[in-house]
Design a protein around this ligand. Structure first.
Ligand SMILES: [Zn+2]
Length: 398
């Protein structure tokens, strides 16, 4: 009996040894499909005594839909987040041109929340922190300024009605982007120094008013490659490059100049924001949700430079897809192996795939992940705790 057990143990350790060696950076989870494989890999990682870092950011974006109802329902959701051994919650603080909290100097309060929760953040932020979770402000709309489902509406929302000269204009002269499925989106020009000051001051107001641990920005980018041809951009572009900014591209150099101009605007915003955040709150962190690598040019959001310049404590590239290997390879080819990123993963890929993706990030020594989104957390069960989250971990940033 004992010999049989020793043989089994020897065989198991041999398999474990091979598996440990196999999990090098670049390891592709798609070669490893199915629950049996997931469970075996999980077991392997447990027996290896590795792959379960004590420091790992495990975040989730908390949608306003999920805290605008009855308080006990929200508290039950926070308990589930804690049970799943996540450790960071990004709380939506603004959306669609409104703040979730009352009496802001910058934006009116979202009407739906006003009727259900007078000052939701007043109890929500302490409730998150009292559970030992890190809590960051997530002003979700960023440079986006307003959304309406009515494609015919001329209403530009609270901010742009007051400051129509701040609106981003596309190459055809339109002040809005119309998405066939979702409706009409207005955005602030991401280059105008006045919009930079407005956003920074409004973000600081959130940090001053509630005890957030950090600021997590989103949509610090252009709507798409058609923007922006506002008066500010035309003047600033001509001053910098010596020729007119026009929708007609005549050369590769013009395209390169345009990309540089758009990326420089968002990079400069991040630098200004960090400086102000650190001036007012030296101990609070700045993280940013960012586009996947292939969208950097379209969005004018070269976040590689934000990381290499040390302007963010971490980035959260949104990789909501079954196979994240090409993205990770693209990022590491630009930034090397030691990248401060908490990769955004989708609950919608399913629990087995998600567990594999988390293991892939660990195998690549990346410091964490962030789940999209609280509204579909029911796609995740306690099974994921058994597979990959069986030990508590603290966030690597404080
Ligand atoms: Zn502009």
């Amino acid at each position: 009996m004992r010999r049989a057990f020793e043989s089994f143990l020897t065989l198991t350790l041999a398999i474990v040894g091979l598996s440990c060696q196999a999990q090098e950076p670049g390891f592709d989870p798609d070669a490893n499909k199915g629950q049996a494989d997931t469970m075996m890999t999980s077991l392997t990682m447990k027996l290896c005594g590795q792959g379960m870092p004590m420091l790992e950011s495990r975040g989730i974006w908390l949608s306003w839909h999920d805290y605008s109802g009855p308080e006990d329902k929200t508290l039950a959701l926070l308990d589930k987040i804690k049970e799943l051994k996540l450790n960071t919650v990004y709380v939506c603080t603004n959306m669609r041109g409104y703040n979730v909290y009352p009496d802001s100097k910058f934006l009116p309060q979202w009407p739906d929340i006003k009727t259900s929760q007078t000052d939701v953040l007043k109890w929500l932020v302490p409730a998150i922190k009292s559970r030992g979770l890190r809590c960051e402000a997530w002003p979700e709309y960023g440079f986006y300024s307003y959304w309406t489902p009515d494609k015919e509406s001329k209403d530009m929302g609270p901010t742009l009605t007051k400051h129509p000269d701040w609106v981003a204009i596309d190459k055809d002269g339109n002040p809005a982007h119309i998405d066939k499925k979702f409706g009409k989106y207005y955005a602030l020009c991401a280059a105008n120094p006045q919009t930079h000051k407005f956003l920074i001051d409004s973000f600081m107001e959130q940090m001053q008013r509630y005890p957030f641990d950090g600021l997590h920005v989103d949509r610090i980018r252009w709507t798409n490659e058609k923007f922006c041809y506002c008066d500010y951009c035309k003047t600033a572009f001509k001053k910098k490059y010596g020729y007119e900014l026009t929708p007609q591209l005549k050369s590769e150099k013009e395209l390169a100049d345009r990309n540089e101009f758009r990326c420089a605007a968002t990079a400069s915003f991040i630098k200004e924001l960090r400086k102000e955040l650190k001036r007012q709150f030296p101990d609070k962190t700045l993280t940013a949700a960012v586009a996947p690598p292939e969208m950097i040019e379209e969005k004018g959001q070269n976040w590689f430079t934000w990381v290499s310049d040390g302007d963010v404590d971490a980035v959260v590239p949104m990789l909501y897809r079954p196979n994240i290997t090409p993205d990770l390879n693209a990022i590491r080819s630009k930034l090397g192996n030691d990248v401060p990123m908490f990769v955004g993963l989708a609950n919608a890929v399913g629990q087995e795939k998600l567990a594999n993706q988390i293991m892939q990030l660990r195998a690549a020594s990346l410091p964490g992940f962030t789940l999209w989104v609280s509204s579909d957390l029911d796609k995740i069960s306690s099974g994921i705790v058994e597979m990959v989250l069986w030990r508590d971990a603290a966030s690597p940033i404080k």
